[in-house]
Design a protein around this ligand. Structure first.
Ligand SMILES: [Zn+2]
Length: 254
């Protein structure tokens, strides 16, 4: 059985039934299928690489969706971008213990129009995830925004899974992110770093420090050294929550 009946998380917390960190207890014994859906190769890794590594390490199945792998006829290292980016993402997924799924949309043609919603929804219907994690919708990059909209429309139409959002390069790309869940990624930080550094074409020495600063910022908000942050859009009735021990936000020190 893949589903676990429970109250929506916010309601459960409000009623004192569970704390924000009790998702793992609810899912105990179940191996879940989680889709982490990003726009570009490197978004799921940098936004949710710690979560992916922790889920995989616990025996859960993680499928990483990449909506777009190329722009026009751009090349890296003398090879077509799609070839390079898929190869890098495949290596990153291997490091994290996940399975990649690549879509063929070009950056410049990725929109949240009805045919694309239909294509993504058909894939999700086939995969039957328990949980989907995707981009926070307010983002300066149109591909991130489009993917968030695509996943939201799939969820709103027929998704029978819980929906969460991750952040990427907050205040440069994700804007106004309001996390309600924090994840200590200290134990898997090096796995996340190694997965991120698989993306040589994206200059990891340039983007990794930005994410390290985010880890520190979210860590300080949750009382640990190094954390990722998430937003639970809705805990759909009958669907499990992410089976990890989330931390709440701690009060700022005086
Ligand atoms: Zn991106």
């Amino acid at each position: 059985m893949r589903t676990i009946a429970h109250l929506p998380l916010c309601a459960a917390i409000a009623l004192g039934v569970i704390g924000a960190s009790h998702a793992s207890e609810e899912a105990q014994g179940d191996k879940l299928r989680v889709v982490v859906f990003g726009a570009h190769c490197d978004d799921p890794e940098t936004g949710a690489g710690g979560l992916i590594a922790l889920l995989a390490d616990s025996g859960h199945e993680v499928i990483v969706g990449y909506a777009t792998c190329f722009r026009g006829d751009r090349k890296f290292f003398g090879q077509p971008e799609a070839m390079v980016r898929r190869r890098e993402a495949t290596a990153a997924c291997k490091v994290m213990g996940a399975t990649p799924k690549f879509f063929d949309y070009a950056h410049e043609h990725l929109t949240a129009d009805p045919p694309t919603v239909q294509a993504i929804a058909a894939w999700l219907d086939e995969v039957k995830p328990d949980i989907v994690v995707t981009h926070w919708p307010f983002d300066t990059h149109p591909n991130h925004h489009a993917v968030s909209s695509l996943v939201w429309q799939c969820y709103d139409r027929r998704g029978d899974w819980s929906l969460y959002c991750f952040e990427v390069m907050t205040d440069q790309q994700s804007l106004g992110f309001k996390p309600d869940l924090y994840l200590d990624i200290g134990r898997v930080r090096e796995i996340k770093r190694e997965a991120s550094y698989c993306h040589k074409s994206q200059n990891p020495d340039g983007f990794w420090p930005v994410h390290e600063a985010m880890h520190g910022r979210r860590g300080s908000e949750s009382g640990v050294e190094c954390a990722e942050a998430y937003y639970l859009v809705e805990a759909k009735k009958g669907c499990p929550l992410l089976p990890v021990d989330f931390l709440p936000k701690v009060d700022a020190k005086p």
